[in-house]
Design a protein. Structure first.
Length: 332
């Protein structure tokens, strides 16, 4: 069943004051809440609170870097989320980026694919109540000896792989419950799914697809500038830049990348083509954005998680954000 979700937490709203927002969103038809983990709040705490306030919500920790938490702590974290929301928990594993892993945490960002693949296999074994050694070479590759989760969940969480390229997408298709996508258009979904064609799946259920969908309320220069600034900040990071090149936008973004690399960030923002802005961001009224959310769902996305950015320079309170998202959700 397709779901529309939202990213938590809302900027400008302390976490302990999120209850009313979560209740209103669930009443409007939001079926999932999702978190990220970079330089803000951790990925678990907002979800546990949301589950206490509205126990029917799907909880998605999307994503936790396979580098920044050790496998045993990651298994404990995933088990806690599964206990908080039995049958509704999704735990995402990704490589992160060199900026998050190396620059912010002092951990070498080496062999990201291998790190995610080995972590996925160890987590699968640990959450099933087995010793990490059941994951064979993966446990050895991570240097794990004799770990066994002391409290495996009765219903393990769905394990999700964040994939920004065909190799990681094939890993998800073979061994994960779901794949998490980011910075792509509805028409890009088919390209991503085609990368997994012919992959032999190790799990009985079909692969679920989740996508984070960026939304900017309103129209005009302020809304577009908000989108442009985020595109420049993210899509100049190598892992994201490579993903866009693979999707076919490398040439369109080359001038932006050159200006950014040269230190002219304002020029980089200006050089992003309008077509890229409107491919990757939903800009406009709730009803206009709802039509485009439906396009993602029609393309095969099971959960479309809305990440709202206020127009640049605009006063957009948390209440305004919730109002907009509630109207959008009702229109999908």
């Amino acid at each position: 069943m397709s779901q529309v979700g939202v990213m938590l937490p809302f900027d400008g709203l302390p976490l302990h004051q999120h209850r009313d927002a979560v209740v209103r969103l669930a009443d409007a038809g939001i079926g999932e809440v999702s978190t990220g983990e970079s330089n803000g709040l951790d990925a678990l705490t907002p979800l546990v609170l949301a589950s206490a306030w509205r126990p029917e919500l799907i909880l998605s920790a999307l994503v936790v870097s396979a580098f920044t938490r050790g496998p045993s702590i990651m298994a404990s974290t995933a088990a806690a989320l599964a206990e908080a929301a039995p049958g509704r928990a999704r735990f995402g594993i990704g490589a992160g980026s060199d900026r998050i892993v190396q620059d912010w945490n002092g951990i070498p960002f080496t062999k990201p694919y291998s790190r995610v693949a080995h972590t996925l296999r160890v987590l699968r074994a640990a959450l099933a109540g087995e010793r990490a050694s059941a994951a064979g070479e993966s446990a050895a590759a991570l240097g794990i000896k004799d770990f066994k989760l002391g409290r495996p969940p009765a219903v393990p969480p769905k394990l999700v792989v964040a994939a920004l390229g065909p190799r990681m997408q094939r890993l998800a298709a073979a061994e994960a419950d779901a794949v998490a996508l980011n910075f792509l258009s509805a028409s890009d979904v088919a390209t991503v799914l085609a990368a997994a064609d012919g992959v032999q799946r190790a799990l009985p259920d079909p692969l679920s697809v989740q996508a984070r969908v960026f939304v900017v309320p309103g129209e005009g220069d302020a809304a577009e500038l908000s989108a442009r600034r985020m595109i420049a900040a993210y899509l100049t990071v190598p892992v994201y830049a490579n993903f866009q090149s693979w999707l076919g936008r490398g040439e369109q973004l080359a001038d932006m990348q050159a200006a950014w690399d040269g230190g002219d960030r304002a020029k980089a923002v200006e050089l992003i083509p309008d077509a890229v802005v409107h491919d990757l961001f939903l800009i406009g009224s709730p009803s206009t954005c709802a039509q485009r959310v439906r396009a993602y769902l029609d393309a095969g996305v099971e959960i479309a998680t809305l990440a709202l950015l206020p127009p640049y320079g605009a006063t957009f309170t948390p209440s305004d954000q919730v109002d907009f998202l509630c109207e959008l959700a009702r229109s999908v």
